[in-house]
Ligand binder design. Structure first.
Ligand code: SER
Length: 313
């Protein structure tokens, strides 16, 4: 039987690239892209696209029946900085969309779910360096609280109802195709655009704020690898730690300056600094390596080269 896949939040930073990659693997017509709003033309024209509010259970159920969907990637979420401004909206979107897909899987209307978690599940009391898979998790942000709760529900639905849900705690993601929106790690993308267009960047985090980061190609590969691994290899059903590199704004500025002479950084920390300060600076992802063979490929230098080359063209 043909496997049809629904991507919710397909116009976002991760959703866009996931849609392209899955369409290349499974054929354009098998990958149904959906979002609450329209995205770029290229994405919407490359295969089926539907407007969908993921918090609307009936609409979601109807779409899944219509397209005979087997797997769902739920990429819609309100990220950390925006969630601090709209706590109730963030909670409703992040939790209700997850409950909707978990309940559809419980009802056997879909057979597999991918749901992204984040380094935001950790908090100020978590060991900040080489943060272990299992550790203190006391998130202090609206977004982090929703992701931490989501992880508990994923594990619960797996244990109680046998739901095949798989999840990764993404670090900050660096990509060039689609801009991130409303996150704390967004500076790591904006900086490359500004460096090329204006030769300088005003950073909203302090120079020394070290955060775990990852180039999008690694993130997409990790997502497909965890989803395509045999179910018995996925031993953690809350969410896996995942890592590639960690850097500070000062370090990424140095990396860019080695390609763009005279690149200038200005530091004007804002409310996002407090969010960043509550997150770890590096992550131990050995459990993901052991269980399903995860291995990152992009370090900071390789990321800088790829970002500048792709944004220049
Ligand atoms: N990159 C996200 C954010 O900054 C964290 O998952 O909100």
């Amino acid at each position: 039987m043909q496997k049809n896949i629904l991507i919710i939040g397909a116009c976002g930073q991760i959703g866009t690239e996931l849609t392209y990659t899955l369409r290349a693997q499974y054929g354009n017509d098998s990958i149904i892209a959906s979002d609450i709003r329209e995205g770029n033309e290229e994405l919407m024209n490359s295969g089926p696209f539907e407007l969908l509010d993921a918090t609307d259970y009936d609409a979601l159920e109807e779409l899944i029946a219509y397209y005979e969907i087997d797997e769902v990637y739920l990429m819609a979420a309100m990220l950390s900085a925006t969630a601090e401004k709209f706590p109730m909206r963030a909670w409703n979107l992040n939790m209700n969309s997850l409950f909707n897909v978990l309940n559809l899987a419980k009802e056997k209307k879909i057979s597999k779910i991918f749901w992204p978690s984040s380094i935001a599940v950790f908090g100020p009391n978590t060991p900040a360096t080489d943060t272990p898979q299992n550790t203190i998790m006391e998130p202090s942000t609206v977004y982090g609280i929703s992701k931490q709760s989501g992880e508990r529900w994923c594990e619960y639905y797996h244990n109680k109802f046998g739901v095949d849900v798989r999840s990764i705690r993404y670090p900050g993601l660096i990509s060039w195709k689609t801009m991130p929106g409303g996150g704390t790690t967004d500076y790591g993308v904006e900086i490359y655009h500004k460096a090329l267009n204006e030769g300088e960047y005003t950073c909203f985090l302090r120079a020394s704020t070290k955060l775990p980061m990852m180039y999008m190609d690694d993130a997409i590969r990790a997502t497909l690898e965890i989803m395509q691994s045999p179910a018995e290899q996925i031993k953690t059903r809350s969410s896996y730690n995942l890592a590639a590199m960690s850097f500070t704004p000062a370090e990424v500025a140095t990396s860019i300056a080695s390609h763009i002479a005279g690149f200038k950084m200005i530091y004007e920390p804002d409310s996002r600094q407090e969010i960043a300060d509550s997150w770890p600076s590096s992550i131990d992802d050995s459990k993901a390596s052991k269980d399903w063979g995860w291995q990152a490929q992009f370090d900071l230098e390789k990321t800088t080269k790829a970002m500048l080359a792709n944004l220049k063209t």
